[in-house]
Design a binder for this molecule. Structure first.
Ligand SMILES: Nc1ncnc2c1ncn2[C@@H]1O[C@H](COP(=O)(O)OP(=O)(O)OP(=O)(O)O)[C@@H](O)[C@H]1O
Ligand SMILES: [Mg+2]
Length: 269
């Protein structure tokens, strides 16, 4: 069981105590990365938001990043009665890469476009309220628990402490079951919650523990009476149809659009 850097012999105790050059190098690289991550995400106002949310009892402590990107990161947190997921949006202009034109229109009412912080706060609130609306309509999304400024607290979608994979990276045990479930979620989203996701792709759907779909990253959603709703649903369904075909499902963008409730949109399909 000894690492093979001691070929054919037991390591001497002092060799076990002191890390090798390679290990020291690797540790330094990791430390640098962590420090960078901490510095980039957790500026002073963000830390205050985190501590306020903790004192509200939203969660107890942040543990480690599940995912980090240019616009923000998602962290696992310990919370009352299990884990929670905490999404932190980075304050800065990176948010613009994310903002689809239809959303910018709405956000501009809440914040001046040059005030990045306010834009990011409005975007976070938008994700929170959209999650709530979907959750109430029984669409499978993480339950939203709370938010403050650029920090959103939601249900942790995972099994045994490990986050569920994105369907993009997962082996889907039964594509037919998954397909039936996905179309049901999408239909519920359109018809019950009266929303179109607007950024639906295999990257923004997690494979839940029962092999069914959990929709995430919902801030780009628009109401179904928005003039662009049908166009956005067409785009969402076209992306997904391609992916489903690769899984061996016999579908087309038109069929997926219809099954997702596209023909029931107020402005037609
Ligand atoms: N509630 C959750 N429970 C478990 N994992 C989650 C949850 N929300 C998000 N994740 C993980 O974090 C990743 C990023 O989340 P999300 O798609 O919401 O953010 P994003 O801003 O699009 O980030 P990215 O640009 O990295 O996709 C997801 O792909 C997923 O792996
Ligand atoms: Mg995403």
């Amino acid at each position: 069981m000894w690492p093979d850097r001691y070929p054919g012999r037991m390591p001497r105790p002092e060799e076990l105590l002191f890390p090798t050059r390679k290990e020291r190098f690797e540790d330094r690289r990791k430390e640098r990365e962590h420090r960078k991550l901490a510095g980039e995400f957790f500026d002073h106002p963000t830390l205050l938001a985190v501590s306020r949310l903790i004192s509200q009892g939203q969660f107890e402590s942040l543990e480690f990043p599940i995912s980090t990107g240019k616009e923000g990161g998602v962290f696992r947190a310990t919370g009352p009665g299990g884990f929670r997921a905490v999404k932190v949006y980075r304050i800065g202009n990176a948010i613009f890469r994310r903002l689809p034109p239809h959303a910018l229109e709405d956000l501009r009412r809440e914040a001046s476009v040059r005030n990045y912080a306010r834009l990011v706060y409005a975007w976070t609130r938008r994700e929170y309220t959209t999650l709530g609306r979907l959750y109430d309509a029984h669409v499978r999304v993480p339950q939203p628990y709370g938010f403050l400024r650029n920090v959103l607290v939601m249900e942790f979608i995972g099994v045994g402490g490990l986050p569920c994979p994105r369907v993009r990276d997962a082996v889907i045990p039964d594509p037919t079951v998954f397909y039936a479930d996905l179309t049901e979620q999408m239909h519920r989203m359109t018809v019950e919650a009266k929303l179109v996701h607007g950024d639906l792709s295999p990257y923004n759907v997690l494979l839940g523990e029962d092999g069914r779909a959990v929709l995430i990253d919902v801030a780009s959603s628009v109401a179904t009476d928005h003039p662009q709703a049908a166009g956005l649903l067409r785009r969402d369904t076209a992306h997904f149809a391609r992916f489903l075909k690769k899984l061996g499902i016999d579908t087309s963008p038109e069929e997926l659009f219809a099954r997702a409730g596209g023909n029931e949109l107020p402005h037609g399909g």
